[in-house]
Write a protein that binds this ligand. Structure first.
Ligand code: ZN
Length: 98
């Protein structure tokens, strides 16, 4: 079983977590000024890379708190876990945002 290191609870089984999708998506400052295409892209278009991906995770069956993680989608290995609102410090961060 895959263990995920919750920053608040420590290593816990993957079944206690839920992935919240891609991390670091900023809401546009003026939503009403966005074109329909730009707003639809903000709402629906997400990266789906093969490799390192920055994701939001929630420990839904534990502390209930959110955190960010860099995860390799090929190996399912968690490379880095970091707080919401922060940026990853790993040298792989540029790959995750590409
Ligand atoms: Zn937790």
């Amino acid at each position: 079983m895959l263990l995920i290191a919750c920053p608040h609870c420590g290593n816990r089984p993957e079944t206690e977590f839920r992935c919240g999708g891609q991390a670091h998506i900023a809401r546009p400052e003026a939503p009403s000024a966005q074109s329909d295409e730009a707003w639809a892209e903000y709402l629906f278009v997400r990266k789906n890379p093969r490799g390192v991906h920055a994701e939001r995770w929630c420990h839904v069956h534990g502390c209930g708190r959110w955190f960010n993680a860099l995860r390799d989608t090929v190996s399912d290995r968690f490379i880095e876990i970091y707080p919401m609102g922060a940026q990853p410090i790993s040298e792989l961060q540029s790959e995750a945002r590409a």
